[in-house]
Ligand binder design. Structure first.
Ligand code: PMP
Length: 409
């Protein structure tokens, strides 16, 4: 039995009705981006139809309405991830990537130097890996990588040795977008804090899919993207502990982020506006708050269970043939995605054959090239699930993989 009323949920996503050559779409590319439900689309159209205006500086009625909605959206997002500091701990950005760059530039560039270390994992997304690698180059700091075990989990003994008093930042993906591994971020936060380091949690594949409480984890920073959680593109979130955000330099300069400006110097606005220079992501932020409402109405625990069931089912069904290699931990202990390869068929060819059956998956390195090197694969196909997916759709995926097997036999 499915834990969610998927039939009812699907009514909110008309895009899922699309057919290609008479075959209904099976959308399994949710780790790349999810679809947007009608209530969130309505929030967007309602904004542009009735109260579109620039925020903060306006005295007129429209600007006041937009400002209140935009500011309250920060509070709503804070509540969604358990940030008791409210809006002051929530910076709206463009995406997860920008949230990471914000901290890397605003904190890393100023605080890191020779002898300092940033500890990452072998399963980091390029968003954090490339960012810290390049900031390390510019500051003389060094990046170290926690290795993965044969099962695709973090080697926690190695983590204990790699994180030392030289470590200034531990940046770790919460749920791997390639392996599906759910990492023990709260345990890693304790280790980081024991050594006086900060921990940055990449929540791009966890916040949309399971209950996440930043204070239970004790994360110093956490980032995620609206477009992976039933919200629009163009909005990301940086959560940061208030005292840390207060102490950091701004990342972008300009209007809105200042308090007082003269020709010689400037002072900064209060949190979070100090980090939101220029006209911000007004409509996207308001729509993200609406996505939080939508997901909370369904219930994050039920969403987590639904995805776990689909992932376990897909894992078992794909492995019915031993020419399929599935990466990462066992099916009953992973986030809602499955990356795999069919022996003798390149992932791109495989996904193109799946596309012929209107099954949408991703093929490539999923922005984890170094991880693919460790796995010994140049690419993989990835099926990723969300609230509207069904077991019948997993069956369609498996049938399409069977077609590919026959075609290349
Ligand atoms: N981290 C992880 C784990 C991801 O899956 C993604 C998106 N693929 C990102 C970071 C980057 O997200 P965005 O492209 O929205 O910045």
């Amino acid at each position: 039995a499915e834990t969610l009323n998927v039939e009812r949920i699907r009514e909110d996503f008309p895009i899922l009705e699309r057919e290609f050559d008479g075959t209904q779409l099976v959308y399994l590319d949710n780790a790349a981006t999810t679809h947007t439900p009608e209530p969130v689309v309505e929030t967007i159209t309602d904004y542009y139809r009735t109260y579109n205006a620039n925020v903060h500086r306006g005295i007129h009625q429209l600007s006041q309405e937009a400002s209140i909605a935009y500011e309250e959206a920060h509070d709503r997002v804070a509540e969604f991830i358990g940030a008791s500091g409210g809006r002051e701990e929530i910076v709206f950005t463009k995406n997860t990537t920008e949230s990471m760059n914000l901290v890397a530039y605003a904190w890393g560039l100023n605080e890191l130097g020779p002898g300092d270390e940033v500890v990452l994992t072998e399963m980091e997304h390029h968003a954090s890996l490339v960012t810290w690698q390049q900031i390390a180059k510019r500051t003389g700091a060094e990046c170290k990588y926690i290795p993965i075990t044969d099962e695709g989990r973090l080697d926690m003994e190695a983590a204990d040795e790699l994180i030392t008093d030289d470590t200034k930042m531990v940046s770790v993906v919460h749920v791997s977008n390639t392996l599906g591994t759910i990492n023990p971020v709260s345990e890693l936060a304790d280790v980081a804090h024991d050594h006086g380091a900060y921990i940055f949690v990449d929540g791009a594949q966890s916040v949309p899919n399971r209950p996440v409480d930043v204070e239970a984890i004790d994360a110093d920073f956490l980032a995620f993207s609206g477009h992976k959680m039933a919200g629009p593109t163009g909005i990301g979130v940086l959560y940061g502990k208030r005292h840390i955000l207060e102490g950091m330099e701004p990342y972008l300069y300009g209007g809105e982020m200042i308090l007082k400006v003269d020709f010689e110097d400037s002072t900064w606005n209060e949190l979070p506006w100090k980090y939101e220079a220029g006209t911000p992501v007004i409509c996207q932020g308001i729509a993200l708050a609406s996505a939080c409402d939508y997901l909370d109405d369904i219930g994050m625990e039920r969403i987590e269970r639904h995805e776990a069931e689909l992932a376990a089912y897909a894992y078992d069904r794909l492995r019915e043939h031993d020419d399929v290699e599935v990466y990462g931990p066992p099916g009953d202990d992973r986030g809602g995605l499955v990356a795999f390869n069919l022996e003798g068929v390149h992932a791109h060819d495989l996904s193109s054959i799946l596309n012929d059956s209107a099954v949408a998956v991703r093929a490539g390195d999923h922005c984890t090239q170094p991880l693919h090197d460790v796995l010994g694969a140049t690419a993989s196909a990835r099926a990723s699930f969300y609230i509207y997916n069904t077991r019948a759709e997993v069956d369609r995926l498996v049938e399409a993989v069977d077609d590919a097997r026959q075609l290349f036999a």
